[in-house]
Ligand binder design. Structure first.
Ligand code: PEP
Ligand code: MN
Length: 333
């Protein structure tokens, strides 16, 4: 739309798009509003839209991903989770245990990470485990514990939804919905997340290409939820000294083509406690908008992902380092 286009003109164009059976996605920007159009099959009557009041130009988007691309929205998106901005100047740190194990465990870790400077609390209530005999999470009870931890610390909470039923529950209790690596291409779950009214943290599948990752985000945006944060968490390679290979090069690659913020999860990305801090520092250096870190007060007795969980003391030391690194890169913490 033109820079001086009125609200009524924007609504008029949306109505014209919808009258043709397409979907309109108004995307406010710093300079002007863009309106993304999806749902058209084949050629598009550009001249019809170019003639509407307030329209500056009609631009066909060349990539398969549309709404996530900078072609549609040049400026960075800032997503807000419970009042915490993600994607702006300030880095955001999500911390907490892999799984919610008990009220006492969750509160102990929550107090520790809050004191050290975390902005958002994590903890899985529904755990995608390789073995059906491993701890599967506390389910709704775990969500209630997360809500209690938020109540006490004031930190917003994020937790994973593994299926449609779980997503209804997570949407009710949490401040943001995590879609895990194993579900990155669970398209019905992505569509449901797109209809949710809470921000979504979408983790990269362990063998997903950049294009597949962005297309999965596109599923969520195409349903009308524009509050999406990507999260690199390591991919499968031949490397045998870590659980996964943290693909930090994807951060600048994403930034180049997408306006969405991106986190890095160095816990799953390395699988090793001693590698979490160095890779966190590197993540900030390559331009990540935030980190997701697994912290446990007694990692050797954690019910899941103990070997990659750092202690609250290690987390505190890491945040101190990041506070020094951030300003060098024009960021704040
Ligand atoms: C997690 O965050 O605990 C998790 C299961 O992550 P991922 O989906 O990246 O394996
Ligand atoms: Mn985990």
């Amino acid at each position: 739309m033109r820079q001086d286009a009125t609200e009524a003109e924007v609504r008029g164009v949306e109505a014209a798009i919808e009258a043709r059976g397409f979907k309109a996605h108004p995307i406010p920007g710093a300079q002007r509003t863009a309106i993304g159009i999806t749902g058209n099959k084949g050629a598009f009557e550009a001249p019809v839209f170019e003639a509407l009041p307030g329209v500056l130009e009609v631009i066909p988007v060349s990539h398969a991903y549309k709404l996530v691309s900078r072609e549609v929205k040049p400026d960075d998106t800032v997503v807000t989770i419970g009042g915490v901005p993600i994607g702006g100047e300030t880095l955001a740190i999500v911390a907490g245990p892999c799984a919610v194990e008990s009220l006492e465990q969750m509160l102990t870790v929550a107090r520790g990470v809050k004191a050290a400077g975390a902005h958002i609390l994590r903890g899985g209530a529904f755990k995608p485990r390789t073995s059906p005999y491993s701890f599967q999470g506390l389910g709704e009870e775990g969500l209630k514990i997360l809500a209690a931890a938020r109540e006490e610390t004031g930190l917003p909470v994020v937790t994973e939804a593994m299926d449609l039923e779980g997503l209804d529950l997570v949407e009710r209790y949490a401040d943001a919905i995590q879609i895990g690596a194993r579900n990155m291409q669970n398209f019905s779950l992505l569509k449901r997340a797109g209809r949710a009214r809470k921000p979504v943290i979408l983790k990269r599948g362990m063998s997903a290409t950049l294009e597949e990752f962005l297309m999965s985000a596109e599923y969520i945006l195409s349903e009308g939820n524009y509050q999406v944060i990507l999260c690199e968490r390591g991919v499968r390679t031949f490397s045998d000294f870590s659980r996964n290979t943290l693909d930090l090069a994807i951060v600048p690659a994403v930034k180049k083509i997408s306006h969405l913020p991106i986190f890095v999860d160095p816990s799953h990305g390395t699988g090793r406690r001693d590698k979490v801090a160095p890779l966190s520092r590197a993540s900030v250096a390559v331009g990540a908008d935030g980190l997701m870190i697994e912290v446990h007060h007694d990692p050797d007795r954690a019910l899941s992902d103990g070997p990659q969980s750092i202690t609250p003391a290690m987390f505190e030391a890491l945040v101190k380092d990041l506070r020094q690194i951030a300003p060098v890169l024009g960021r704040r913490l």
